[in-house]
Design a protein around this ligand. Structure first.
Ligand code: HPA
Length: 264
């Protein structure tokens, strides 16, 4: 497995990167701003097929705001295959390319009335209580990954500073992972709120577990596309998620690019 990744890294023939970025539903615009090379997931052994409309399925490696980055534009979700480790190879590749930091983005429903559609929430912690874990069947002792400080305090402080400099409100909250692909019932949303969740979505948690396993420092940002089921009169659908993503994506893009400029 590890040897395959080394071969894949060597085959790409690119210079090392500092930072990896996963772009979720409708958030792919940032990838276009990267000056560098682009690779189809389909041409990268071990990469998942990315089937949901609105997801790109391209790895872009190059420079963004003065920082060498590798961008995973598009992700595979647990609900597509029933495999929680479906993003393992892409994350191994980021680590193999030298990334020490991973920033994960996603679209999510909000469980907090003070954080509505179009806003961005930074993930401070997560609930991943599905009984699925991407490290099941991983043989090494490293599988016992501590998740106490999974969302890096230093990165979060940096992102808060970037948001402030951009005049953007960046609340922090707990993200709850649901399998999807169906959305939640109002009763499930009430239960998740009672458990302490502030946002809900179908990705990110297994990726963060894998990234911590691989030794990456992690931060994650959710673009809020809707209120949780039963919390507002708006209908919840995948089309609505995609339609609502651009507003929050623009804010997220400003915060991230300021963060990169400060890192450069
Ligand atoms: N639930 C789960 N995933 C989501 C939602 C939601 O309300 N909105 C965007 N992704």
């Amino acid at each position: 497995m590890v040897d395959d990744v080394a071969a894949l890294v060597a085959g790409l023939g690119v210079a090392p990167v500092r930072l990896g970025l996963i772009l979720g539903s409708g958030l792919g615009g940032l990838a276009d701003a990267v000056r560098g090379q682009s690779f189809d997931y389909g041409d990268l052994p071990g990469f998942p097929a990315v089937g949901v409309s609105g997801h790109g399925g391209r790895l872009v490696i190059g420079e963004l705001d003065g920082v060498r980055v590798a961008v995973l534009n598009g992700r595979a979700h647990y609900y597509e295959s029933g495999r929680a480790d479906v993003m393992r190879r892409p994350l191994e590749l980021l680590a193999g390319l030298g990334a020490e930091t991973l920033i994960v983005t996603n679209a999510a429903g909000s469980l907090r009335s003070d954080c509505g559609p179009g806003s961005v929430m930074m993930i401070a912690d997560h609930l991943g209580l599905l009984g699925r874990n991407p490290l099941i069947a991983e043989p090494s002792e490293d599988r016992f990954v501590p998740m106490t400080a999974a969302y890096d305090a230093g990165l979060r402080a940096g992102l808060r500073r970037s948001a402030e400099a951009e005049g953007v409100d960046l609340p922090e909250g707990v993200y709850a992972w649901v399998s999807g692909p169906s959305f939640e019932t109002p009763a499930e949303i009430r239960a998740l709120r009672a458990l302490g969740a502030d946002a809900v979505g179908m990705s990110t948690v297994p990726e963060v577990i894998l990234a911590r396993f691989l030794g990456l420092r992690v931060a994650a940002l959710s673009v809020i596309t809707n209120m949780g089921a039963g919390m507002s009169d708006e209908a919840i659908s995948h089309a609505h998620t995609k339609a609502m993503a651009p507003q929050g994506a623009a804010i997220l893009g400003r915060v991230l690019r300021r963060f990169l400029r400060d890192l450069a």
